[in-house]
Ligand binder design. Sequence first.
Ligand code: AMP
Ligand code: MG
Length: 330
Amino acid sequence: MTRLRRVCGPEDPAIQEAAAILTSGGVVAFPTETVYGLGADGLNSKAVARIYTAKGRPATNPVILHVADAASARALVSCWPAEAQLLVERFWPGPLTLVLPAADAVPTIVRAGGTSVALRCPAHPVALGLIRAVGRPLAAPSANRSQHLSPTCAEHVASSLGEAVDLILDGGPTTAGLESTILDLSRLGARPRILRPGPISPAVLAAMLGPVDLWEGAVVTGDQQAAPGMMARHYAPRAKLELVPAGTGVTESSGRVAYVGLGSLTALPAGVRGVLLPLDAEEVGTQLYALLHELDDAGFERIVMERPPEEDAWVAVRDRLRRASAKETA
Ligand code: AMP
Ligand code: MG
């Protein structure tokens, strides 16, 4: 049975227990403010390899290193541009990941063979307490099987990864709900580029840095070129997810169908479960994965969801829904 320990803050004794497991090369799932992470000692290649095995993650998809402060991040890069300093002063700890040229100390497996490293300082007392207790950066991708939905509570981790994890620290549901914004600053002299939209919006970044590119291309599994890990299908529920224009509704209801409306709920045939989410990008970001998990667990085969508005505020939610509804390739 997977061990699950409730944890109530950075001083909780469960953190020392988790740190001892990590120090000896184990893997521990822990809460961050975005989603739950599957952590291992980020400077121990064998420990990081266990993350890849547990998740079934392709070796071409690098992992983010989580640090307790900017000084620890600087020790892991070969160059620290002025933009990085500005951004971490404003957004760390918080849901912003920076991709920078890696120092030699960063294991190849963390970089998936590339020359850059992704770094983030999470704003969750348990995550920070754990990183400090280990005294080393923690590699921590989302604590779910590769391509599946990210976990926003400890039970999601247990049902997705089960026995593959040495310990799960249960800090309750996460608050931001969507994965961090990933900003690529590794191409020196080039425009900063958002590789994954997230809680920190393109507009906020552009206001600080000037023009920022938003990379929206879909890369097929295994392509190392544009941005590792940016697979077309990702973050997907087991149910088939379809996106439709607002107000469309559904006509037939063969099988178990759920319909998710944004801002209002149109009339639905008997037997279709209607779910109303507010027309508020931040709120939908917080609730989306928990809702998809719940509908999956309840056995829905088809989820029809209204497409969010084209406005900037919705870019992260649109990105996740696009990937979650993409066709399976393999
Ligand atoms: P997750 O598995 O949810 O933690 O997602 C981590 C994401 O970070 C991956 O999907 C990668 O796209 C991205 N990532 C990690 N390291 C790098 C890197 N060195 N360069 C670009 N993207 C990275
Ligand atoms: Mg993930």
